[in-house]
Design a binder for this molecule. Structure first.
Ligand SMILES: NC(=O)C1=CN([C@@H]2O[C@H](COP(=O)(O)OP(=O)(O)OC[C@H]3O[C@@H](n4cnc5c(N)ncnc54)[C@H](OP(=O)(O)O)[C@@H]3O)[C@@H](O)[C@H]2O)C=CC1
Ligand SMILES: O=C(O)CCCC(=O)O
Length: 485
């Protein structure tokens, strides 16, 4: 049983056009706690018809929302942010219950998620146009920035709050309206955020959250001509499908997809700092993050020392129910996630890797898994190519800087990368050579509302958060004014 200070935050309905609604046919699906298997809620299993109505409500709300002054929109966003922080403990409890991450991480994610709303409330006031010099003296060029219009978003289960606010904060600040479909595994945090948006005074239809059939809702979002932009965070396969579907109505898209992050430790690195950085990067959310280190590349001269220090730190990790005090590794999200980690370990050991720590399902049962360290991992193993999305750190050995850059870039993905070095020349050379949207240099965690988050290659399109994140929700309009002279 989930105990909350404000039980009204635990929803059993969807928030469409400002009303709490059931599916048209009354169908529901169950949401379970991955730590215990307990049933948390039965939620509406909606489809294309309800998605079409949510989009129509977002269209109806658009003229009023975009006509408000930037200051008014900013004030409402600010109120939403404040309510998120006022309800931080309950939101974190809901998140840990449905997602499994330790409560401290959930509390951190609520603060991170609220940070995007606060940031875009501030940025809303600075959506300024431009006046440019025309090549002819009697004319002027003006550039206006206007909201894209109705937006839709599909979000994943690994960050149930922040992946919504990073999109919705920018959309609402720009003057767009938005319909969100959260992951079916973690919809309760999203619905609690919708409750708070309503309490903040964000008008009906400006922000809606609907749950149900991913394929039907996704197809409606991607093909309905009223939707002018679709923003997606999730797997590359689903992102590619949505991108193709969006082509029919030439929508703007933002895609934040899978990664295969290299974490490079050079001989000249501060080893303790590198171990700290890897622990932060690899084991955040039990390894279920698209920016988690997926391949740890370690230079020959410090390979053994790094492996020994890392193994000692990993042995300290406490696996358990995220609601328990002191736990820093929760369960994996489901059985498929466990199977993928197991498959990567079995494949690597079969091809010559060595097991240094962990390696199997945790004695607690369920979807708990032992934090695992593998040595002597090579490019022919599955873990070199695929995102593990679990608590597995594979160590690859390299000799030269050129080898490290080649190995790091040898993937179709380009989201996050990390390296540790104290040589300033190397820092510039390697940072410029890495084919990634984000590079952590002597840091293992870089996510915040100010930095532009996003990837290249098959990791996606567009940037979220930061002063650049608003651009994805704005259109430029060119006005040419004559007859001045
Ligand atoms: N970039 C990232 O942050 C993430 C990457 N991943 C990667 O993807 C792998 C698989 O995770 P998974 O949860 O299956 O990711 P998915 O891409 O399947 O799910 C992400 C979101 O997309 C929705 N979705 C699923 N199928 C469709 C569809 N046909 N049309 C429209 N929307 C759809 C899901 O809805 P529903 O939940 O209802 O199925 C969910 O809201 C992970 O192991 C990881 O490697 C996963 C999550 C986040
Ligand atoms: O895995 C993800 O897609 C969420 C990104 C986490 C972050 O914002 O750091």
């Amino acid at each position: 049983m989930l105990t909350l200070d404000n039980p009204a935050l635990l929803k059993q309905a969807c928030y469409l056009a400002g009303n709490w609604s059931a599916a048209d046919d009354g169908r529901t699906f169950a949401v379970h706690n991955p730590a215990t298997g307990a049933l948390l809620a039965e939620l509406p299993y909606m489809g294309a018809a309800e998605a079409g109505r949510a989009i129509a409500a977002a269209e109806a709300a658009l003229p009023g929302w975009r006509a408000r002054s930037a200051k008014e929109r900013a004030q409402l966003l600010r109120r939403w942010h404040d309510l998120m922080l006022a309800n931080q403990q309950d939101l974190a409890r809901i998140m840990t219950a449905e997602q499994g991450k330790p409560l401290a991480e959930s509390q951190g994610e609520i603060a991170y998620a609220a940070g995007f709303i606060e940031w875009f409330a501030e940025e809303a006031r600075r959506i300024d146009g431009d006046v440019l010099q025309h090549p002819q003296a009697d004319k002027r060029i003006m550039v206006l920035k206007q909201p894209v219009g109705v937006c839709a978003a599909i979000t994943p289960w690994n960050f149930p709050a922040a992946m919504i606010t990073r999109k919705a904060g920018a959309a609402l600040a720009a003057g767009c309206t938005m319909v969100v479909k959260p992951a079916s595994l973690t919809p309760l945090t999203a619905l609690a955020l919708a409750e708070l948006a309503g309490q903040a005074g964000i008008p009906a239809g400006v922000f809606s959250v609907m749950t149900g059939g991913a394929d039907a809702i996704g197809t409606e979002f991607a093909t309905n001509p009223t939707v002018r932009k679709l923003s997606f965070t999730g797997s590359t396969a689903v992102g590619a499908k949505l991108l193709a579907q969006c082509a029919g109505t030439i929508k703007k898209v933002s895609m934040e997809l899978g990664g295969n992050a290299p974490f490079i430790v050079f001989d000249d690195a501060d080893l303790d700092a590198a171990v700290d950085g890897l622990m932060a990067s690899k084991f955040r959310n039990t390894g279920q993050t698209c920016v988690c280190a997926n391949r740890v590349l370690v230079q020959d001269g410090i390979y053994d020392a790094f492996a020994t220090r890392l193994a000692a730190r990993m042995a300290e990790l406490k696996v358990g129910n995220g609601m328990e005090e002191g736990v820093n590794q929760g369960p994996l999200i489901n059985d498929e996630a466990v199977s993928k980690v197991e498959a990567h370990i079995i494949d690597a050991l079969g091809k010559g890797a060595t097991l240094l720590v962990g390696g199997k399902r945790h004695a607690r049962g369920g979807t708990y898994f032992e934090p695992t360290l593998l040595g002597d991992v090579t490019a022919d193993m599955l873990v070199a190519r695929e995102e593990t999305f679990g608590p597995l750190a594979p160590l690859f050995r390299f000799t030269t800087e050129a080898d490290a850059i080649h190995m790091a870039n040898d993937t179709e993905f380009g989201l996050a990368s990390y390296f540790y070095s104290r040589d300033i020349g190397r820092i510039f050379r390697v940072a410029e050579a890495l084919e990634y949207g984000m590079v952590g240099i002597n840091v293992g965690a870089f996510s915040n509302e100010v930095g532009p988050f996003g990837g290249i290659k098959q990791s996606g399109l567009g940037r979220e958060g930061s002063k650049y994140g608003l651009d994805d929700y704005l259109e430029l309009k060119y006005l040419c004014l004559g007859g001045i002279g």
